[in-house]
Design a protein around this ligand. Structure first.
Ligand SMILES: *Cc1c(COP(=O)(O)O)cnc(C)c1O
Length: 463
């Protein structure tokens, strides 16, 4: 074939600009974007002709140019960050955005964020207010703390606490609690950044009361406990409970701080989940300051919540780091509406999506699995679709050993491998992320929200 002839046949920009499809694209997406798309597509088509071995295929590429330009312009306006269906069964999936926000809560947040709000304005007195004021009282009421605030996430909360209370001095931590959380958050490294000196005590499996007391010097500024959220040390172990550390802190006038990680506010053991120490437990035991995430078991927006004695919270509110780590209006609005649900445990379980999924009982899961199976069979009558028991996980580094019984709808194609199918599902316009187990795709229905069901219609003709 004559490649030079083909190159000569590539239309000029002004010719392309007269094509009907391109004119329509300009009307829809704007001239600047379409011009960029034209240049990208012309470059691509030159390269493709260079690599092409088949003349009719090359002609096809040229003929299709107006369409590829319109497609390309359209793609430029499609956000790269998109909704996915979480069918992994991991409720607080960090890679998939941890806790989802409820639609009703989001409606309120939208109203706040799309206009102006009293974020830092005291409407009673007509003067400057505090961004924490919207949820501080709620947090105090729910947890029993004297004061509260919130920053960007729990990693920053820990950093702020260590900087404000421990900076320039020593912070005592048990070797059994020197955790690394996903995303390389390591207690020793955060400590170094906060200008506090880490004093490690005890051993990996055992730390005793005397280890804490022996470590106290006139430089000691904080006794820190860290919840081992994402791992467990089992067997011959010992650690010192908060209640025992508190009198020690009082004796030497040193604040006792706990990084709780998950920040569960209700006792989930009633719903068959292993008991996880609550924020209220830590405060009741006498902790001076407690920090936890907003988007783990609390089920709210990403945030690092700090509660405790007013004297210490005030020190943190005044710290310069707070300005750098402060939450925005979205988070402040979300925290208030989500925390409000906790005024009644029943409401929290019903209205906070993560809690609702975690506590969903067998019968409901089974019904959901039946519904999904029906749907899949409607879409692909020839596919192998089965309902099987499976195990969901909490995720987000919370309750790492917990497996909650659930149901999965499993899918096999017969025409393509499970790996190929997994990739196809991942590349749908609303991707469906499942698990691969025993060479089948498993959709754990626990994390498939009711509104997500419709996206399984994308499977029509896929298999
Ligand atoms: C998850 C976790 C963190 C980090 O919290 P983010 O909100 O993800 O920043 C810190 N400490 C502990 C113990 C955790 O479990």
């Amino acid at each position: 074939m004559d490649k030079n002839q083909l190159y000569r046949n590539i239309p000029k920009v002004d010719i392309l600009l007269e094509e009907e499809t391109v004119v329509a694209a300009i009307a829809q997406y704007g001239r600047e974007l379409v011009m960029e798309a034209i240049h990208t597509q012309l470059n691509d088509v030159r390269k493709q002709i260079g690599a092409c071995q088949d003349e009719s295929e090359a002609r096809g590429l040229l003929e299709n140019l107006p369409n590829s330009i319109a497609e390309c312009a359209k793609r430029m306006l499609e956000p790269v960050m998109k909704k996915v269906v979480n069918a992994t069964g991991t409720v607080l999936h960090t890679n998939l955005g941890r806790a989802p926000i409820g639609k009703a809560h989001m409606a309120h947040i939208t109203e706040i964020a799309t206009g102006y709000s009293n974020l830092e304005y005291n409407l009673e007195e007509g003067r400057r207010g505090e961004r924490y004021s919207h949820f501080e009282e709620l947090l105090c009421k729910i947890t029993g703390a004297e004061a509260a605030m919130a920053v960007n996430n729990n990693a920053s909360a820990v950093m702020l606490i260590l900087h404000a209370l421990g900076g320039g001095g020593e912070v005592v931590v048990s070797r059994g609690e020197l955790v690394e959380i996903g995303g390389k958050f390591r207690i020793p490294d955060v400590m170094a950044l906060s200008k506090a000196k880490l004093v490690e005590i005890g051993t990996t499996n055992k730390t005793h009361f005397a280890d804490y007391e022996n470590a106290i010097t006139d430089q000691t500024k904080v006794l820190l406990k860290v919840h081992t959220s994402n791992y467990r040390i089992v067997g011959f172990t010992d650690s010192v409970p908060m209640a025992d550390l508190v009198p020690l802190g009082e004796k030497y006038d040193i604040p006792v701080v706990e990084d709780l990680g998950s920040g569960v506010l209700i006792d989930l053991s009633k719903y068959g989940i292993t008991y996880e120490p609550t924020v209220q437990d830590a405060l009741r035991a006498g902790a001076d300051v407690v920090s936890f995430s907003g988007d783990k078991l609390l089920g709210g927006p990403q945030a690092g919540i700090i509660v405790g004695k007013k004297k210490y919270i005030d020190m943190m509110k005044k710290n310069q780091l707070t300005r750098a780590l402060r939450i925005d209006k979205f988070t402040a609005a979300a925290l208030e509406v989500v925390l409000m649900e906790y005024l009644s445990e029943e409401r929290a379980i019903q209205h906070i999506p993560a809690l609702r999924m975690i506590t969903m009982q067998e019968q409901e899961l089974k019904e959901k699995a039946e519904m999904l199976k029906e749907k899949l069979l409607q879409m692909e009558p020839l596919a192998q679709v089965e309902i099987e028991p499976c195990e969901s996980q909490i995720g987000g580094g919370s309750l790492p050993l917990e497996k909650i019984g659930s149901f999965a709808v499993t899918l096999q194609s017969g025409k393509m491998s499970t790996a190929e199918l997994e990739e196809k599902l991942r590349k749908l316009s609303v991707p469906i992320i499942g698990r691969v187990q025993n060479d089948k795709i498993c959709f754990d229905v626990r994390t498939v929200q009711d509104d997500d069901m419709v996206y399984f219609e994308q499977l029509k003709g896929l298999l």
